[in-house]
Design a protein around this ligand. Structure first.
Ligand code: AMP
Ligand code: MG
Length: 272
């Protein structure tokens, strides 16, 4: 996978036009989301994965800004709690699924269980039966489990759309330094982020493996350049819009009997 977070061919001069397109997309997204909610037939999960400081949080803030909060759940997947670790790794992903008609944004996700877990070989620290570590390739099995999980969801009227914000190592350094130098951003930085940076190449390799193993027509991965935030936000808005359009929700049409009732109610109201 390319570690270049720059978008080929996009120049700073393009920024005003890109911002205008993003605004257009956001307006369209709001309209589609209302239909998705009213229709209530499909649920959508947007998975956001990235290295630290790639812009997951600001993407949620800006590229999803027009979504009605009533129809959206944002779920952050942090280091698993004791309760979470006492269950299978998909347990918390299942618990975070939205009702149909709603959208869930996973800020990190079940993919951490083939990324950070693989980088640090955390599986050996789990309380699980020996056979789980010995029979076959632990992570190859997990890729297949994730593929099957997402296909299961698709067959049950969900879509899982995965986005990798591909920031470059240089840009990460720049953003870490900003977080250190700017008091208002200090809270975003943790020394452990610097530790994870040492595993940069390992993460890149494992992202590539995970993406190749789990990208399917019904549950695609989008690898988006993430060094220019305004361009990344535009690309994410395109992904969200395209997903909603592919669902193609429609306002439900009332049954004949209910329509008659509406007309009767209107008559009563007008006579008051
Ligand atoms: P952040 O997204 O910066 O708030 O950090 C959350 C941290 O939790 C990241 O370092 C993740 O790698 C870590 N994390 C998320 N899921 C898991 C998991 N299943 N096992 C271990 N660490 C995880
Ligand atoms: Mg972090």
């Amino acid at each position: 996978m390319s570690t270049d977070g720059k978008a080929d061919g996009v120049k700073k001069a393009d920024k005003p036009a890109i911002l205008a397109k993003t605004r257009e997309n956001l307006a369209k997204i709001a309209q589609w989301q209302e239909k998705l909610y009213a229709d209530g037939r499909e649920g959508i999960v947007f998975v956001l994965q990235a290295m630290d400081a790639a812009g997951k949080d600001s993407t949620i803030k800006h590229a999803m800004a027009s979504l009605n909060p009533q129809g959206v759940d944002v779920v952050s997947f942090k280091q698993p709690s004791k309760e979470e670790l006492a269950h299978d790794y998909l347990w918390r992903a299942v618990r975070a699924l939205p009702e149909r008609g709603k959208i869930a944004i996973f800020n990190r996700s079940h993919y951490e269980d083939v990324l950070v877990v693989q980088v640090h070989e955390l599986q050996h620290t789990y309380q699980i039966a020996k056979r789980c570590l010995e029979d076959g390739d632990f992570f190859e099995k997990r890729y297949a489990q994730i593929r099957n999980f997402e296909e299961y969801l698709y067959d049950n009227s969900y879509r899982v759309v995965k986005i990798f914000l591909n920031v470059s190592k240089d840009e990460q350094k720049k953003r870490f330094l900003e977080r250190i130098d700017d008091k208002a951003k200090n809270w975003k930085f943790s020394a452990s982020d610097l530790k994870e940076r040492e595993y940069w190449d390992e993460y890149q390799k494992l992202y590539e493996r995970a993406i190749n193993a789990t990208a399917t027509p019904h549950s695609p991965w989008y690898v988006l350049p993430a060094d220019r935030k305004w361009y990344t936000r535009y690309l994410v808005s395109e992904v969200v819009l395209n997903t909603l359009e592919a669902c193609g929700p429609e306002f439900p049409e009332l049954p004949k009997e209910d329509k008659k009732n509406l007309a009767a109610c209107k008559k009563i109201l007008l006579s008051q």
